[in-house]
Design a protein around this ligand. Sequence first.
Ligand code: C2O
Ligand code: CU
Ligand code: CU
Length: 415
Amino acid sequence: HRSRDADHYTLTHAPAEEEIFLGTRTAIYAYGGSFVGPTIRARRGRAVTITHHNGLADPTTVHLHGGHVPADSDGYPMDLIAPGASKTYRYPNSQPSATLWYHDHAHGLEAEHVYRGLHGFYLLEDPAEWRLRLPGGRYDIPLLLNDAQFDADGQLVWRMNDFINRRTVLVNGRPQPYLRVAARRYRLRLLDAANLRSFALSLSTGDPLVQVASDGGLLPAPASVPAVSISPGERAEVVVDFSRYAPGTQVFLVDAVAGQLLRFDVVDHAFDLSRVPAQLRQMPGLPTPTTTRQVSLGMDLPTGTFRINGKLFDMDRVDAVIQRGTSEVWEITNTDTMLGIPHNLHLHLVQFRVLTRNGQPPAPTEAGFKDTVPVAPGEVVRVLATFGDYVGRYVYHCHLLDHSATGMMAQFEVV
Ligand code: C2O
Ligand code: CU
Ligand code: CU
């Protein structure tokens, strides 16, 4: 409900059942009862408060991924909601519009909790962008992608780091769903909410996808690409023009590895005033950094554990002390060349800029603001982040959640 200074929501997270496969009831964990939690729609400049009640037997914490929020509302991994307890989070929504998502972050349990269903969209919109006339309303569709292993009874099987057996890809909680679309432009908000799987998404027709936004909102300019790649935690928004296809056509969203994920049935012509303007956003100039930090991502061979700078997460150790109001370059290296293991890095609190990838300027799809950046084995990615206002402790971690849950996480403190 609405009050004078904020929109307020109440959500319970609890065990539930969902008909993921027709005729089968699958036990899940859910925000508000469904396998993908309710989509929260927020407006820039208007705060949202959400009271979460923990109806699970485990401690939980709720993180707004991509959100620029005070430390006490960030869902710090040790800032736990005990079973039976509640906590109210406050999100100021002062940042530019973006596709954000909320998910569990209880330390060591986040991978299992998210896998079992504790995830949902949080769409921050800015009315000042309506003049761009990107497709909106019911032509703006969030698509949460993840994967899972099911047993013969249709129940979820959870095993940490068992990527190989998570063979079923789900789109908004369903295997191979379909969507009836009008022959006009749509905005599709793609989120990789899988624990370990990356996606390389394209259309079965071979037509390019026009990416208009990434983690932190609109790109400076649309980027027409044959395929869109997202790693766990990343978002990519694309515009697809279904008016290219005659009514009756079936178009699939295809992943390079998993195959067909979602079928679009083009049903009818439709009046369409939307467009994709050649310029979407003016990027601010790059601030001058005060510090460069090295962040290495890789396995510690003797123990087989994934680490950041050779260390496992320790809540009593602050890995980086950052002066409020400063900008820093973080040089991120994936050292797992021998085993060929991909990682990425996600920073809480900030949206950063990619400066270089292996010494080269970023691709147009990485030219906007990001909060999660993939780093393939042997790659070096330099990013620039500004720590403007809030102080306190926040984490950064590999967003392959089975990695972060087993210690591939560190923390910074803005002072
Ligand atoms: Cu989406 Cu620290 O996480
Ligand atoms: Cu986050
Ligand atoms: Cu990792």
